[in-house]
Design a protein around this ligand. Structure first.
Ligand code: PGA
Length: 249
């Protein structure tokens, strides 16, 4: 049975005090349900977040990491640094990393391998731009992204992979894919995984949807059979909004 997951990507928001405040609100107000809650604050606030959420049923994730084990890479963070403070989940391939920091699927394949070597779980983001959808190339593009970054993996690696389909045109824009568009793409992805890795892997991989998910549209998006949760940006910065999305299952 695959898991329902709602992950908040805090991007470059929230200083240390604000991180503590938001986490305290989430901890105080969260209901107990089966949906896993993930929060991804900035690197400098990860240790605070791990300490604050200790045994509170909240997973702390990093927003990125470097592919090397360590070395002369000024400004970067290695997998071992994350796991050494208790961060065992990492978001890789977010569209902002791809667009502003030129991350390609070939590079992401290396990051994926390093994360797996450290037994980390990966929330792998991918999705088409508006221009791809306009020329009806979105299925092809998503297939290439998955093939180039993930299809070298062994079947057993997939227990560590969470997929996050995020159409770039829906991120931070207020535009969402319609529930039907989300389901259509998620179904396509699951069928593709089934073809490459078989039924069991396909059935067990959680596929999150991301892009302007808000309290008022979450229920409809999450009601699709192949949508197993969400990767939330803007609405994750407010405890009430975030928890309303968590509770939308
Ligand atoms: P958004 O961001 O919810 O603000 O659209 C989603 C994301 O970037 O993961």
């Amino acid at each position: 049975m695959r898991k329902h997951i709602v992950a908040g990507n805090w991007k470059m928001h929230k200083n240390n005090q604000e991180t503590v405040k938001l986490l305290e609100e989430i901890i105080a107000k969260k209901a107990t349900n089966d949906t896993e809650i993930v929060v991804a604050p900035t690197f400098v606030n990860l240790l605070t977040a791990v300490e604050k959420t200790n045994s509170k049923g909240i997973t702390v994730a990093a927003q990125n990491m470097h592919q090397a084990e360590g070395g002369a890479f000024t400004g970067e963070v290695a997998a071992d640094m994350l796991t050494s403070i208790g961060v065992n989940t990492v978001i890789l391939g977010h569209s902002e990393r791809r667009a502003y920091f030129h991350e390609t699927d070939a590079l992401l394949a290396l990051k994926v391998d390093t994360a797996l070597k450290h037994e980390m779980r990966i929330i792998f983001c991918f999705g088409e731009e508006l221009k791809d959808r306009q020329i009806d190339n979105h299925f092809n593009l998503v297939e290439y992204q998955l093939r180039d970054a993930l299809f070298h993996l062994e079947k057993s690696d997939w227990s560590k992979i969470v997929l996050a389909y995020e159409p770039v045109w829906a991120i931070g824009t207020g535009e969402t894919a319609s529930p039907a568009q989300a389901q259509e793409m998620h179904k396509f992805i699951r069928t593709l995984i089934d073809k490459v890795y078989g039924y069991e892997v396909a059935e067990n991989v959680s596929i999150l949807y991301g892009g302007s998910v808000k309290p008022d549209n979450a229920k409809e998006i999450f009601s699709n059979p192949d949508v197993d949760g969400g990767l939330i940006g803007g609405a994750a910065l407010n405890a009430d909004d975030f928890l309303a999305i968590v509770n939308a299952f």
